[in-house]
Write a protein of this length. Structure first.
Lengths: 741, 625
């Protein structure tokens, strides 16, 4: 966007030169664009010293990638050196940078490892299992009295029984909350010496201690520790704060509504002296509060500070008027008419304004089918059928458009994926953990590794040949030679006679008949023999040896390098594991069943426009930050989006727990009382209302996020679940004010 | 010096015994290597950790043990009582009192130093009780008892008349003390030091103390002319030590430091570009051995890929790096895997893949497929091999797939292992396995000098390990073998054996970690600097339980170690490293960086910033000019 076409609101932001500034940005208002330009503008105008940088902090790796490439582009346009004078970091990577300045302040060496979620999950699974085994009787007491013995056994059975899953959830929130409050196991143990706690609290305190002990053995920290230790280093060492304050005289923070208190404190401490801190966020899109330590109130408080210049970015060219109106109506209704007065602050102004006539980003036109709000009380299956039918019809009519189907729960997304498979609807799971190209690259390496460790398996070997020559797929002639080679190979009786011929090389006679195909097999064999020579190498290095023999693009090779580094950390953590365990991990990554932060092929992150004609399927949480021409927002019922009415059910109030107690709310309330040294709270039922309100607030904002993902067309539907479900209260209110189907 | 000390202690043990430091002074001393000291430290510290000590420290146990030993060693080589370790470390801790109260965990971190004191005291007491001499005790006994003893002095001073002492700056101060006192009675002595050295400061090297030694000399010569580096490189050397930041003309800069046209995004692309550039240099007549590829750390994948790519282009490669850990050596792996089959009492049977690899190395004609075929008949549910199967017990459809000659060799090995004595000491076993089987014609170690050397190293390592332990009456051969195998597999021993650097390959393009290259003192025409963004170019080793700069003779007692000290040290280290490298460069330096580092992260260390500033200011000047 050229300077002359800037919106007034954007111009005001770009006028910033110093001080505290807070920006409320509505969905689609171009906050990344604006913040990137602000970073570039500061680079141009501020006389930075050689060792100073503008620091941009954001929430996710993909957002950081996005900022880096955007700022790079603008900087190039300005004729400046790309990559110089600015740094883009996620809050967690920034915390890692800070700790690395003085690791000893956090009791760490400089080779400390950062565990990813799946690793810490595994440790917790293991520890929870120990607790379940050693305190089985206690956990059984938590179950409803009227469960049959069979039902009770089912709920106790790991890993999918209700109790094992609940214990893990409780452990995750307990540990996360304790760390967010700076309460380490030793401090907790100290407090518990003089204070009685409930048995469940003691179980979780023990789990916490055991978990931290396990991390210590590995010389590792988890994501929560990163934030805590960085915060601790800064609180301990004023010189470190001064050092960082000098290095980063300006901090621009994106997605500020998702920051926790500790995260906010880290940035506050660094900017305290300079006072140059720009925070951009949308409090209406704070959707993590109920299950993380994120707290959108912090941004609101910042915005209302007298020393903060508070601005809005209210214009958005993303959605058509009908969809904007719907989002604004939801905002207004929540603030003025939600029957639960405690949650009326879930959403706040500004409302969304369409862009002006001369704006380069024009809102799409409203069409007759721009808004479909389905009031039919579908059963769960009926809703799936409706989605299938409607999605198919949409794809036929709009092959060039982008479309997404969103649901709030992972389980519902899986249901939709299954039904799409049955109906052969081409859907894309690119929003899952591992990008498709990464899956393919890792998958190739896994298939070749399998040949090393299952050397006599004919199927494995045939697959390895296909993978080895996958780059020939587009060359019909060569591909046909591969097929010929495979046909001959599949008839072999004994693989050892092919790879290590004893007397007569069977490949020679084949070579006489099919020279080209036999040459392909000879090359493949030579590569496999090389890999066999390297089998004494550690597994992570063996991966690299194999990857060298594949015609991989640079980013694919980089992916293998990253996976190799990941495997190395696993090897360090589990010296007793065998190669098959590592193959299992890589297979999980290749199947998108394990989180893996990979490199990306292009400089841009996920771009829905690349998937026209296919359906993007994901949760509303993962859809944040993205937009599609058409969005199906599904399962908008009072279970997924409760309002606090008597008939609402809450996910954290488990049906199999006696009195439907909300154990998570209780345990967090007890933890809060331990931290504040207040009297022990009354049991049971403590924290339930507060927790409910947190969930209600989160879900109202999630509904808002879901609506605002749509550009031209939005369909909303709900289902009645097990029979008694209703539309979410907010949806009902919108239905009542709309012309709906 | 350490070998002299050890020899002298053994020789004059009776003098030491007279001082009644040890509980059993009239029994012989048991010298500990770094490896065996770690082993004993583990015996002391493991129970402490289990009781909740070191709670505020996140470290692997092996690192924790080594830092504790490091503390003891520092006390000895610097010359202060080990009982003052905690006090010294606590005094330098820069958290102030009010913060200690407010932030409980920092208090715990400080208390970790009390844990340090507890552990080192317990370790020392155990050593004195059992006549165990770790390095720190050896130095203390030598400096505190022997060196002060007239009988010893009479003997020692008559042994040598002349002394040539090189690289004094890389030694700790106790060596300088000894040399200073020693030289008084020598006919002549020559002390040589490199003013830009002190690279081993983290190990206790004290260049200032070395410098003080040189001031006692009758004649002092200083060689300060550089005959290696061309003028543009010398200009950069001057720039490095200049404050404030000094600009250089673009022409000078470009003649000294080469930067690529475009920065690649990923590290593999960078390696590809580096290999291309090296190929071009070689094609244009630069001898391969005049090129060095340098990085603060040399990962295995980096060495592997560079060697492979350059090898493909027909360019010889030599690597200079810390030797492979003993348990990463394929010959050692083979021998130990076979040993674990021969000693079932260890209860550590190898898995299928270990055994398969061992068999394929032991019997070259037994390829991985056929060994897999054989072993599949004998594996347990958890993929372990407890004993090698007999060929004649295999189903016929399997046995016919193993060629006769291979089956014969396999059977020779199998029966040899089956008949081995489970009570035989491990070193005897290895020695016999090597001579009776593996080195025989048709087996994998035959005619391989390297295999022989590797086996000998393994035997030597085991013998050093068992020496102090075997005095314990409970420690029979089986126990010793098992403990050795277990410790090696847990990494307690592996990282420390053969701490010296190892040169692999014929003279060619040298791939080396920066520090190792500097210590080699070998100039080359072209240096490729990799991983420019890494902090490894200047960062000290962070050790939360010890501190090389606080536990140092130059450290002013009572001072706090602060972030400012840290920053100052980082700049000093970088300056020293860069000057050292440039002084060893007779042509040009190629600066190589990718957006994402080898580890896949964006790194912005001081070296990258320095290089960017240098070029940015030169470009500006050039454009303005």
């Amino acid at each position: 966007m050229a300077e002359e076409t800037l919106r007034e609101s954007q111009k005001k932001v770009l006028e910033y030169r110093s001080g505290f500034m807070g920006i409320s940005a509505v969905p689609g208002s171009g906050k990344t664009w604006t913040l990137s330009h602000l970073a570039a503008k500061l680079l141009l105008t501020v006389d930075l010293k050689p060792d100073q940088e503008i620091l941009v902090v954001t929430f996710s790796n993909s957002a950081a990638d996005n900022f880096t490439s955007r700022i790079g582009r603008i900087v190039r346009e300005y004729g400046l050196l790309e990559g110089y004078g600015y740094r883009v970091r996620t809050l967690h990577s920034l915390a890692g940078d800070i700790i690395r300045e003085r690791p000893e302040l956090a009791g760490l060496g400089n080779d400390f490892r950062i565990l990813d979620d799946s690793e810490s999950d595994e440790i917790l699974d293991d520890l929870c299992q120990d607790q379940l085994t050693s305190r089985e009787a206690f956990f059984r007491q938590l179950l409803k009295d009227d469960l049959s013995a069979k039902q009770a056994d089912k709920e106790m059975r790991p890993p999918d029984g209700g109790i094992p899953k609940l214990l893990k959830e409780l452990a995750v929130s307990f540990i996360r909350s304790a760390k967010n409050e700076g309460l380490l196991p030793a401090d907790l143990a100290q407090r518990l010496r003089t204070r009685p706690v409930t048995p469940l609290f003691q179980v979780l305190a023990d789990l916490y201690t055991a978990y931290q002990d396990r991390l210590k053995l590995l010389g590792a920290v988890d994501f929560e520790d990163l934030i805590y230790f960085a915060w601790k280093c800064l609180r301990t060492d004023n010189e470190l704060v001064a050092q960082l304050a000098h290095r980063w005289p300006f901090i621009l923070e994106d997605e500020a509504q998702d920051s926790s208190k500790q995260q906010q404190d880290i940035l506050r401490l660094i900017t305290e002296k300079s006072g140059n801190w720009v925070r951009v966020g949308d409090p209406n899109q704070a959707i993590y509060q109920s299950f993380t330590t994120a707290d959108p109130r912090l941004l609101k408080e910042f915005l209302s500070r007298p020393d903060v210049l508070s601005l809005d970015l209210p214009e958005s060219g993303r959605s058509c008027q009908a969809i904007i109106d719907l989002a604004n109506r939801l905002n207004h209704w929540v603030q003025t008419s939600h029957p639960n007065l405690d949650v009326r602050d879930s959403l706040s102004y500004p409302t969304i304004i369409p862009t002006g006539a001369n704006d380069p980003q024009q809102n799409p036109a409203t069409l007759p089918d721009s808004l479909s709000m389905i009031s039919t009380p579908f059963s769960s299956e009926e809703e799936l059928n409706f989605i299938v039918k409607d999605v198919k019809a949409w794809l036929n009519r709009h092959p060039e458009d982008t479309v997404a189907v969103l649901a709030s729960l992972n389980s519902r997304v899986s249901d939709i994926a299954n039904v799409f498979k049955v109906h052969k609807i081409d859907y894309v799971d690119v929003l899952m953990n591992v990008p498709r190209e990464t899956q393919e690259t890792i998958g190739s390496v896994v298939n070749l590794l399998k040949l090393i460790f299952y050397p006599l398996d004919q199927k494995v070997a045939a697959r390895a040949i296909r993978v080895f020559y996958r780059h020939l797929r587009d060359d019909a002639a060569l591909n046909s030679e591969v097929a010929t080679a495979l046909a001959w190979f599949n008839q072999l009786d004994r693989l050892e006679d092919f790879f290590y011929p004893n007397e007569e090389d069977t490949l020679t006679s084949f070579h006489d008949r099919e020279e080209a195909a036999a040459s392909l097999l000879a090359d493949f064999r030579a590569a496999v023999l090389r890999w066999h020579q390297a089998v004494y190498l550690p597994f992570d290095q063996l991966m690299l040896v194999i990857a060298q023999d594949l015609p991989l693009e640079a980013f694919e090779l980089a992916t293998v390098h990253k996976a190799s580094a990941y495997i190395k950390t696993q090897m360090d953590s589990h010296p007793e594991w065998s190669p098959l365990d590592f193959i299992g991990i890589l297979t999980d990554i290749a199947k998108n069943e394990r989180k893996f932060f990979s490199v990306t092929q292009t400089e841009d992150t996920f771009n829905p426009d690349l998937y026209k004609g296919k359906v993007i399927l994901c949760t509303c949480h993962k859809a944040k930050g993205l937009e599609w021409d058409k969005v199906f927002l599904t399962s908008v019922n009072n279970y997924d989006f409760p309002s606090g009415a008597d008939t609402d059910a809450f996910i954290s109030e488990k049906w199999f727990i006696a009195d439907r107690r909300n154990l998570q709310a209780e345990i967090l309330a007890e933890l809060a009382s331990v931290i504040s040294s207040d009297a022990p709270p009354a049991y049971p039922g403590i924290g339930k209302l507060e927790d409910r309100n947190k969930v209600i607030r989160d879900r109202l904002r999630l509904f808002y996020v879901g609506i605002t993902r749509a550009k031209s067309s939005l369909t909303i539907s709900y289902n009645t679940g097990r029979g008694s479900g209703k539309p979410a209260l907010a949806y009902q209110a919108l239905l009542e004010g709309s012309h709906h189907v | 010096m350490s070998s002299i000390i050890r020899r002298m202690i053994a020789l004059f043990w009776t003098l030491i015994a007279g001082h009644k430091v040890f509980q059993h002074p009239f029994e012989p001393p048991r010298f500990l290597t770094l490896e065996t000291a770690q082993y004993y430290m583990a015996q002391i510290v493991d129970p402490l950790i289990d009781r909740g000590h070191f709670a505020a420290i996140t470290l692997t146990r092996n690192r924790l043990f080594s830092q504790l030993l490091d503390n003891l060693n520092k006390s000895a080589i610097v010359g202060f009582p080990h009982t003052t370790l905690a006090r010294r470390l606590k005094t330098a801790w820069n958290g102030d009192a009010s913060q200690l109260v407010v932030y409980d965990d920092v208090q715990l971190a400080v208390n970790a130093y009390d844990d340090v004191q507890l552990a080192v005291n317990a370790f020392r007491a155990y050593c004195l009780e059992n006549n165990l001499l770790d390095f720190s005790l050896q130095v203390e006994l030598f400096c505190g008892i022997l060196w002060q003893n007239n009988t010893f002095q009479k003997y020692f001073q008559t042994q040598y008349q002349h002394l040539i002492y090189d690289n004094a700056e890389e030694d700790p101060p106790y060596v300088h003390d000894i040399v200073k006192s020693w030289t008084k009675n020598l006919e002549s002595s020559l002390v040589i030091m490199d003013e830009g050295g002190g690279l081993r400061s983290f190990l206790g090297a004290d260049p200032i103390s070395a410098s003080a030694l040189s001031t006692t000399a009758d004649i002092a010569l200083r060689f300060d002319q550089n005959f290696v580096s061309p003028p543009p490189i010398q200009a950069v050397i001057e720039q490095i030590s200049s404050t404030p930041f000094q600009k250089l003309p673009l022409s000078t800069l470009s003649a000294a430091l080469l930067i690529p046209q475009a920065q690649p995004r990923f590290f593999p692309e960078l390696l590809y570009n580096v290999c291309q550039e090296i190929s071009e240099l070689v094609q244009n007549g630069t001898p391969a051995h005049e090129i060095a590829v340098l990085s603060p750390f040399l990962s295995d994948p980096l060495v592997f890929e560079l060697s492979r790519r350059l090898g493909k282009a027909g360019i010889p490669v030599q690597t200079l790096r810390p030797s492979l850990a003993l348990n990463a050596n394929p010959h050692v792996q083979t021998v130990l895997t076979l040993a674990s089959l021969a000693y079932p009492a260890w209860q550590m049977p190898p898995d299928l893949f270990q055994t398969q690899a061992a068999l394929s190395i032991a019997i070259p004609r037994l390829d991985p497929l056929r060994s897999h075929l054989l072993l599949k008949q004998a594996i347990s549910d958890d993929n372990r091999v407890t004993t090698l199967p007999l060929i004649e017990d295999l189903p016929e459809e399997i046995s016919v797939r193993i060629p006769q000659d291979v089956a014969h060799r396999y059977e020779t090995l199998r029966s040899w292992l089956a008949s081995s004595d489970p009570d035989e000491p491990l070193d005897y076993f290895i020695s016999r396995l090597f001579s009776d089987v593996l080195s025989q014609p048709g087996f994998g170690f035959a005619e391989s000098q390297l295999a022989g050397e590797d086996t000998a190293r393994l035997i030597e390592s085991y013998q050093k390990f068992k020496l102090p332990l075997s005095a314990d009456p409970q420690a029979d051969a089986s126990f010793l073998g098992k403990e050795y195998y277990r410790s090696l597999r847990q990494g307690l021993l592996s990282a420390l054996y053969l701490p010296d650097d190892e040169i692999v390959g014929e003279p060619g393009v040298l791939i080396s970690p920066v520090m190792t290259f500097l210590m080699q003192n070998r100039p080359v025409r072209h240096q490729f600097w990799l991983n420019l963004g890494s902090k490894g170019w200047y960062e000290r080793l962070e050790q939360p339980l010890t501190h090389p700069y606080v536990l140092n003779r130059q450290w002013q007692s009572g001072k706090k170690w602060t972030t400012d000290n840290e920053v100052e040290l980082a700049h000093f280290n970088l300056q020293r490293t860069l000057s050292g490298l440039l002084l060893r460069c007779s042509g040009q330096v190629h600066l190589c960086s990718s957006t994402y580092s080898e580890g896949g992260t964006e790194e912005r260390g001081l070296l990258l910033t320095w290089a960017q500033n240098l070029f940015r200011s030169a470009l500006r000047e050039d454009q303005n000019g």
